[in-house]
Design a protein around this ligand. Structure first.
Ligand code: C2E
Ligand code: MG
Ligand code: MG
Ligand code: MG
Length: 286
C-alpha cells in the first residue's frame, strides 16, 4: 500500500520498509560467516548442445544453505554480497570450487562461472583465475566466465585490458543475460566473447502467437553467427519453447526442460559416461 489513505496506512507501509531493512541487515551479518561455516554450495545446471543433445557443459550456480531460512537464491544474496564488500571472497570460493569439481569430471565437459561486475573491475581477477586453474589442473578452455553487459559501463580502457588478460589465460568468455542491460552494441566490436547467452525474458512468451520475441531471438542468433560466437538460450521450460529456439538456430540450450541445477554428486552420476546425452523432460513440473 504505497499510497495510504490516512496515517494508519502510512505507518503500515513504513513498517514494511523497516522490516525489509532489518531482514537485509540480518542476512548481511549471517553472510559474513556463511563461507567459513560451509553454508555455501554449488549447483550445476546442464547446458545442452542443440544438434547433438549432448551436455557439453554446466553452469555453476551458487546457493546458500542458511541454518534457519533454508536455501536462499543468489538473486537475494549476491546483491548483498556486492554491496557489503563480500563478493570478492564469495566469487573466489565459487571459482576454486567449480574448477576443482570440473577437474574431476570425465570427458571434456566445461564449467561456466558467473563473475560479478565488481570482480571484473578488480585487476587481481586474472591472477585469481590463473591460480584456480593452476591449483586444480583444469585446462583453461574448460572454464567459461559469464559476464554481464554492465561491465561496459566502467572505464573502457580498463575493461579492454581485463578482457585481454582473461583471454590471455585461455579461458572462454560468455556474455550473460544478453539484451537486458546496457543497450549499445558497439562493445561487440572488440569484446572477445565465445558465446552469447540469450536472456530468458526473450524466451518467455516467444511461443505466444504475435510475440516479437522469436524475431528478436532470430536476430541475436544471426548476429552471434556473423561474429562467430555460440548462443545459449536460457530458461527453456517447455517443449514448445525448446522446439522454437532450436528452429531459430540457437547452438545451445539450458533450462528446466532438461534439468535444474543439481548437486555435484548427482551430476557425477549422470556424467559418468564420457558423452552425456540428455532428453527433454517435458513441461516443467511446479
Ligand atoms: P544467471 O547467471 O542468468 O543464471 C540463470 C538463472 O536462471 C539461475 O537462477 C537458474 O537457476 C535459473 N534458471 C535456469 N533454467 C531456468 C528455467 O527453465 N526457468 C526459470 N524460471 N529459471 C531458470 P539462480 O540460480 O537463482 O541464479 C540467479 C542469478 O544469480 C544468476 O543468473 C546469476 O546472475 C547470479 N549468480 C548465480 N550464481 C552466481 C555466482 O556464483 N556468482 C555471481 N556473481 N552471481 C551468481
Ligand atoms: Mg549465468
Ligand atoms: Mg543469465
Ligand atoms: Mg540472470
Amino acid at each position: 500500500a504505497a499510497k495510504g489513505n490516512g496515517r494508519g496506512r502510512f505507518r503500515f507501509y513504513s513498517n514494511d520498509l523497516h522490516q525489509a531493512a532489518e531482514d537485509r541487515r540480518a542476512l548481511e551479518e549471517d553472510l559474513r560467516d556463511a563461507l567459513s561455516r560451509g553454508e555455501m554450495q554449488l549447483g550445476y545446471q546442464p547446458v545442452v548442445q542443440s544438434k547433438s543433445n549432448m551436455v557439453t557443459g554446466v553452469e555453476a550456480l551458487v546457493r546458500w544453505n542458511h541454518p534457519e531460512r533454508g536455501m536462499i537464491s543468489p538473486a537475494t544474496f549476491v546483491p548483498i554480497a556486492e554491496e557489503a564488500n563480500m563478493i570478492w571472497a564469495l566469487g573466489e570460493w565459487v571459482l576454486r570450487k567449480a574448477c576443482e569439481d570440473a577437474a574431476s569430471w570425465p570427458g571434456d565437459m566445461r564449467v561456466a562461472v558467473n563473475v560479478s561486475p565488481i570482480q571484473f573491475a578488480n585487476e587481481e581477477l586474472p591472477k585469481i583465475v590463473a591460480s584456480a586453474l593452476a591449483s586444480t589442473g583444469l585446462p583453461p578452455d574448460r572454464l567459461e566466465l559469464e559476464i554481464t553487459e554492465s561491465v561496459f559501463l566502467g572505464d573502457s580502457a580498463e575493461t579492454a585490458r581485463m578482457f585481454k588478460a582473461l583471454k590471455g589465460l585461455g579461458v572462454r568468455l560468455a556474455l550473460d543475460d544478453f539484451g537486458t542491460g546496457y543497450s549499445s552494441l558497439g562493445y561487440l566490436q572488440s569484446a572477445p566473447f565465445d558465446k552469447i547467452k540469450i536472456d530468458q525474458s526473450f524466451v518467455r512468451g516467444a511461443t505466444v502467437p504475435g510475440s516479437r520475441n522469436a524475431a528478436i531471438i532470430a536476430a541475436i542468433v544471426a548476429l552471434a553467427e556473423a561474429l562467430e560466437m555460440e548462443t545459449t538460450a536460457e530458461g527453456i521450460e517447455s517443449l514448445d519453447q525448446l522446439d522454437l529456439v532450436r528452429k531459430l538456430g540457437v547452438s545451445h540450450v539450458q533450462g528446466y526442460v532438461y534439468s535444474k541445477a543439481v548437486a555435484h554428486d548427482e551430476l557425477l552420476e549422470h556424467a559418468e559416461a564420457r558423452s552425456w546425452t540428455i532428453k527433454p523432460a517435458g513441461p516443467a513440473k511446479q
